[in-house]
Design a protein around this ligand. Structure first.
Ligand code: HEM
Length: 367
């Protein structure tokens, strides 16, 4: 569904569920194999695939950690991580190409989320590999099984570490909910909630930073507006989210009962629905000149890049904080930065969920 108005309505319609075990007949009867490329999106057991009361229970266990106030308290950490990465980047010799995705857009959100959840450094490469696997929508059944196996092994190790030595981090908070409040969170829900939160911190904000840099460097007049102080960085972030949503499409939802749309089309009970965020964010019925990246526009406040309704992104404030910290700091440190190849030649990431690039070649300073 890419129609902005209808998608928004469906996202807050209680007749639309994300729980395949209750509302997707093809999942229930086993005709969708467990090693399907999207099984990691559909079959996890956490708030992402929960409906109604169970969704509220699973979300409430962690939502207090992501309130705007709690997130603002992370600001010094985000600034510190940003400055460290910029210092490393500053060692790049003038005139030399650097992959900004690898050296800035990737490590920043990963460092923040790993710090928040107390993930030890040694686990980071493995986690990154498995999250890449989950986002690979063309994975073969063997690859899906291998990813799942490694994912549960890694998370199992993290849980065992924290059980042995609880610390001041969110993994330990979730473990306490699992161990002390019997029945509130089962072991599978615990591990899958960790997967969701740590995974969400890996790919989405990476794409936001990546896309914002490409957008600004390929629209120098817009960069000039924000550099001159005429427009704020939060406008850059909002317009990037609308113009290039980091999650282009999100699987899956299911009609709990027949749903008749206002044009007479019926989504039959049990039929799957794909939330087409990238399409909806450029719906010409909703946005004036939808394909133009324009930070001065005022019609983008209701973009759907963070979803809408009960499953609205829990990490939205954190993602915004990261982007609104990282982008001004980066452009202030490297005023001469330019794309090393034309924007159209930067290879997109594969798959139809993540919306970023494989790499982001830039030159930070001229010789
Ligand atoms: C720019 C960055 C991000 C974007 C664009 C984004 C986008 C989204 C979207 C579209 C959804 C709704 C999925 C759906 O049901 O259709 C969502 C859900 C979610 N996001 Fe994010 N996300 C971002 C960053 C983060 C971060 C940093 C975290 C946490 C650390 C996070 C945690 C979550 C969680 C837990 C959910 C599930 C909420 C629920 O099902 O109730 N996200 N996100």
């Amino acid at each position: 569904m890419t129609d902005h108005r209808r998608l928004r309505e469906l996202l807050s319609d209680s007749r639309v569920s994300k729980d395949p075990t209750q509302h997707w007949p093809s999942w229930i009867d086993g005709s969708v194999p467990q090693d399907w490329a999207l099984a990691g999106w559909v079959g996890v057991r956490n708030m992402f695939t929960a409906h109604g009361q169970r969704h509220r229970r699973l979300r409430s266990l962690v939502s207090s950690a992501f309130t705007p106030r709690r997130v603002t308290a992370l600001s010094p950490d985000v600034r510190e991580i940003t400055e460290e990465l910029l210092d490393e980047l500053a060692d790049t010799p003038a005139g030399v190409q650097v992959d900004l995705r690898e050296s800035f857009a990737y490590p920043l959100p990963i460092s923040v989320i790993c710090r928040l959840f107390g993930v030890p450094d040694r686990m980071r490469p493995g986690l990154r590999r498995v999250v890449d696997g989950v986002f690979d929508t063309s994975a073969t059944p063997e690859q899906v099984r291998a990813t799942q196996h490694e994912l549960y092994e890694l998370l199992g190790e993290l849980v065992a570490d924290k059980r042995a030595a609880p610390a001041d981090d969110l993994t330990s908070v979730l473990l306490a909910a699992r161990d002390e409040q019997d029945g509130r969170l089962d072991e599978r829900e615990l591990v899958d909630t960790l997967i969701l939160l740590i995974g969400a911190g890996h790919e989405t904000t990476v794409n936001l930073l990546d896309q914002a840099v490409v957008a600004l460097l390929s629209h120098p007049e817009q960069l000039e507006l924000v550099r001159a102080g005429d427009y704020s960085w939060d406008r850059v972030v909002t317009e990037t989210l609308r113009w290039q949503p980091p999650l282009a499409n999100v699987p899956l939802r299911y009609a709990v009962e027949d749903i008749e749309l206002d044009d007479g089309v019926v989504i039959g009970r049990g039929e799957p629905i794909l939330a087409g965020y990238a399409g909806a964010c450029r719906d010409p019925r909703r946005y004036d000149r939808p394909d133009s990246f324009d930070i001065t526009r005022d019609d983008n406040g209701d973009h759907l890049a963070f979803g809408h309704g009960a499953h609205y992104c829990l990490g939205a404030s954190l993602a915004r904080l990261e982007a609104e910290t990282a982008l001004p700091a980066f452009f202030a440190r490297f005023p001469e930065v330019r794309l090393a190849v034309p924007a159209a030649e930067i290879p997109p990431a594969g798959g139809f969920i993540a919306n970023g690039h494989r790499r982001l070649p830039v030159v930070l300073r001229e010789e």
